[in-house]
Design a protein. Sequence first.
Length: 234
Amino acid sequence: MDFLRWLFEAQIPVGGSALVLREVLGNIFGLLSALGGMRRKVWAWPIGIVGNILLLTVFLGNVFGAAAPATLWGQAARQIMFIAVAVYGRYRWQQGRDSSSQGRAIVPGWASNKVRIALLGAMVAGTAALTPVFDSLGSYPPVWADAWTFMGSLLATYGMARGWTEFWLIWVAVDIVGVPLLFSAGYYASAVMYLFYGFFTLTGFFVWWRADKRERSSREAASLAVHVGAGAVK
């Protein structure tokens, strides 16, 4: 209990203000999870869940009686969503690693055009539907930005679980809106971390893109070898 009390009350002095320790720790765990995701490691999911739990208590603000700058219902709700999707993601990646002869959790690939249209439609429709909901709960304005980051986070995390390379670009769209929102709401640690995420996600996109190209080249080479071998037998 003493540890939990300390964890909830601890702050890091920065200049004339202070950062909530749970916010800093939550974002560090989130960064580690993103790093594991870029390397396609199954441990990325449980590490991320730890960060989600910490950030959930931060963004709920006054609900926990904490000295948080503002309550962001969208940011809080997406932590719960992260945990749920992470359970699915870990299962899918673990299943992929168990069935792979090379022990790979996931093989990156591109979503179909139909899926891309569906993702874009879900992003816009979900943002429009959630904005009045978060507004009625008293989320920090502009409320549509809170709804946008929630929907983008949901789609990006699901895309990561499915192995779609585009999920990194969805994170970029989230960061473009989420960083100004967090700065204006006073969540400076999260804002700085998400600003860094923006550059990190671009790196992750190219890492997965190259991995996809290598996989395609390997499959084409293997297919060619099979055809050549079959021709030689004839």
